[in-house]
Design a protein around this ligand. Structure first.
Ligand code: SF4
Length: 328
């Protein structure tokens, strides 16, 4: 039986952090066995916010591809590529932008949210408002049946469905199939300051950090703010460090840490040291694969080129069909 086709992307806006790793990329490692998978480093999306720094974008997109491969995404099982190496993404984005009402974009909840979140950038641009159309193009171009999404991305997926329905109805042909969402349940990791881990908050733990750097970052993490002295009992359920224990530690040890914190038997320094060592160990094979890839990054470029070629076998056909329908 043929596999269903799946598309998913990740934006290169700095080093991949633990939140990206757990939320998207480690999931891809499982999905690549189950679906005909197309994984995109969505560099065109980065241009919606990082358009003024070409050198940084060049570096970020290569770093991210290396991290994805080091995480275990296998080019023999999927296509991994840079979005901009498949020019049909930009082309379909343009065609879809012609039929997308402005109000649909204005009401996307993440639009206002992101403007609030990303400070110090002029995001009052045509491209930034239109990024959900680019996202729709990313999915529809492959006629993907399955798209893995987190709860917060559901409005984007719904918009992609609305655009597909509008296109199919305007041109009286079911060019784009309906998309199935694959809701991904993943643990939400707090950042160093307790807020959601995000590059915009500068509170991330990069997966490519060395063990020493990782140890320092974990030791700098916020804890229960009411636990001022070593002898004060703490509340692990409001402590970001304990959120890591819940993911990386065994259930028995989690219970011991929780009780130890609430009775002040464990101090925060020891608790953080244990957390850091769990994290460092869990990324051992990632670091080894990454070091191997870093010896010759031309292999990574070759993988990306091959991935884009595989993608274009599909995207050029879709564009041909779309152009015929719209009269070009
Ligand atoms: S002992 Fe651990 S869980 Fe408790 S407040 Fe300190 S760092 Fe957090």
């Amino acid at each position: 039986m043929s596999q269903k086709r799946l598309v998913s992307g990740i934006q290169p806006t700095g080093k991949m952090h633990l939140g990206n790793y757990l939320g998207a990329v480690s999931n891809w490692v499982h999905l690549q066995d189950e679906y005909e998978s197309y994984f995109l480093v969505v560099d065109l999306h980065s241009l919606t916010t990082v358009y003024e720094d070409p050198e940084r974008l060049r570096q970020d997109k290569l770093d991210l591809a290396i991290d994805i491969l080091a995480a275990g995404v296998d080019p023999a099982k999927c296509a991994l590529f840079h979005q901009s190496d498949v020019p049909e993404h930009s082309e379909l984005h343009l065609y879809l932008s012609m039929i997308t009402p402005l109000q649909w974009l204005m009401r996307v909840p993440t639009y206002k949210g992101k403007i609030e979140e990303i400070k110090g950038k002029d995001l009052d641009t045509y491209g930034f408002l239109g990024y959900p159309v680019l996202m729709a193009a990313d999915i529809l171009l492959y006629k993907a049946q399955v798209v893995p999404v987190g709860q917060d991305q559901l409005p984007h997926l719904e918009l992609a469905r609305e655009i597909a329905r509008r296109f199919n109805s305007l041109y009286k042909k079911p060019v784009f199939p309906m998309i199935e969402e694959k809701l991904t349940q993943y643990p939400v990791l707090p950042g160093l300051d307790g807020r959601k881990m995000s590059k915009s908050y500068q509170n991330t733990i990069p997966v490519s950090a060395t063990p020493d750097e990782m140890q320092k970052l974990v030791m700098s993490m916020l804890t229960d703010p009411n636990r001022k002295r070593r002898t004060d009992p703490g509340n692990p359920y409001i402590c970001p460090v304990f959120a890591y224990h819940k993911i990386y530690n065994s259930p028995t040890r989690q219970e011991e840490v929780s009780v130890g914190c609430q009775t002040a038997e464990i101090g925060c320094v020891d608790c953080k040291k244990e957390c850091a060592s769990l994290l460092i160990d869990s990324l051992g094979s990632f670091r080894a694969r990454r070091a191997e890839l870093m010896k010759d990054t031309s292999q990574v470029s070759a993988i990306l080129t091959k991935g884009a070629e595989k993608a274009r076998n599909i995207t050029t056909q879709t564009i041909r069909e779309v152009k015929q329908q719209i009269g070009l």
